[in-house]
Design a protein around this ligand. Sequence first.
Ligand SMILES: *Cc1c(COP(=O)(O)O)cnc(C)c1O
Length: 444
Amino acid sequence: MTNSANHHARVLQDKQYLWHPFTPQQRWIAGDPTVIVSGSGCYLIDDQGHKYLDAVSSLWTTVHGHNHPVLNAAIEQQLKHIAHSTMLGLTHPTAIELARRLVSLTPKPLARVFYSDSGSTATEIAIKMAFQSQQHRGHLRRTKFATLVDAYHGDTLGAVSVGGIDLFHHTFKPLLFNSLALPAPRSPGGEEERDCLTRALEMLDAHAHELAGFIFEPLVQGAAGMKMHSASYINTLAEHARSKGLLLIADEVAVGFGRTGTLFACEKLSFSPDFLCLAKGITGGYLPLAATLATEAVYEDFLGLPEEGKQFFHGHTYTGNPLACAVAIASLDIFEQEQVLEHTAMLTETLGQGLAQLKTRPWVSEIRQHGVLVGIDLCHPDGGELHPSTGHKVAMASRPLGAILRPLGNTLVLNPPLCMTRAETLQLLKITDDACAEVFAGVP
Ligand SMILES: *Cc1c(COP(=O)(O)O)cnc(C)c1O
């Protein structure tokens, strides 16, 4: 069969059998989906041999690039020993080693690693741990959580309950517990942020007695459309919440592993959280794995004789999977051995220079950047209403030009692998710019 006949057959079967996440299936079925068969560095390669720059790191996961020899070898090596063994009642060396490494790399009070397998479970676990910890401490009325407006912490029901993206979440309202959504700005440092902070502090004061914890995405609210706030905004809010007895949950599922320029965003903050949620980039983008880190003080709330029933009643079957832990360790080795954060600083600068150019276009209202995380807000050049699918159209137009983008509504997102070269970055910015020009040439 020719490449194209092969593609056609595959796509028919996709449309017959699959149901894609977050996808309007009717539009999907009407289209011609791209079928990715391999990857190399910052490129994805389809079944007809076309190469695309992976502008969003395969949904914010890929760190050192696709098909990385060191990461491949780590999985092959582990596979010679065992692919999976349970963490319930047993342990294994790769889970132990990765936990030791994570504790040594994160702020000091974080001392314990609880594994799971996705960002949603990482936050769900932190929420349940914080709640149970408050219960063990006798704070029985602390049953709710403070969050930020437009928060995204995952798609399981607990994570959705502390989420605030109406489009994703409103359908499930009757199934959720109530949270207190604190105002958060769209971009850092201005009048809007000062106003948000004042109102957020008042809300915390009014509700602190019923709050078990405060969960937040430090510095960048990714799925909200790369909304950003200053370190001083989250420092003030978190320290105030802590002074009122709340436990602090930092969700670094999106911002962790170098995306903001430091290994973890919380290195830029004046406080250490009680919980740190990690997923997406933890395995370099290779396998599903997540970790919820907790302080020793929280851990001690769960100590007691078995008959006291104080243990944390939660666990996932594939928790701490050895293959995933092995590749996560190899990814940390690469961070240490290949000056990844130095390269990230260069990438951040190149992005910033190129974005300055894009900012002058009549269809761009605002660009926000922190490290390699970028949000480009599109607008109607004449100030009119922009069709809600415009971001999607730009992403589709960028594909024949050689890039895979995935926007959030009418905010274009760039979040490249940290290994992207200067030349690839400039090419990606040019494709983004050209795709916009093409789409906006047709906007009435
Ligand atoms: C992606 C994301 C999650 C959810 O992670 P999944 O692995 O998709 O469940 C949670 N929090 C943040 C900040 C995220 O960006």
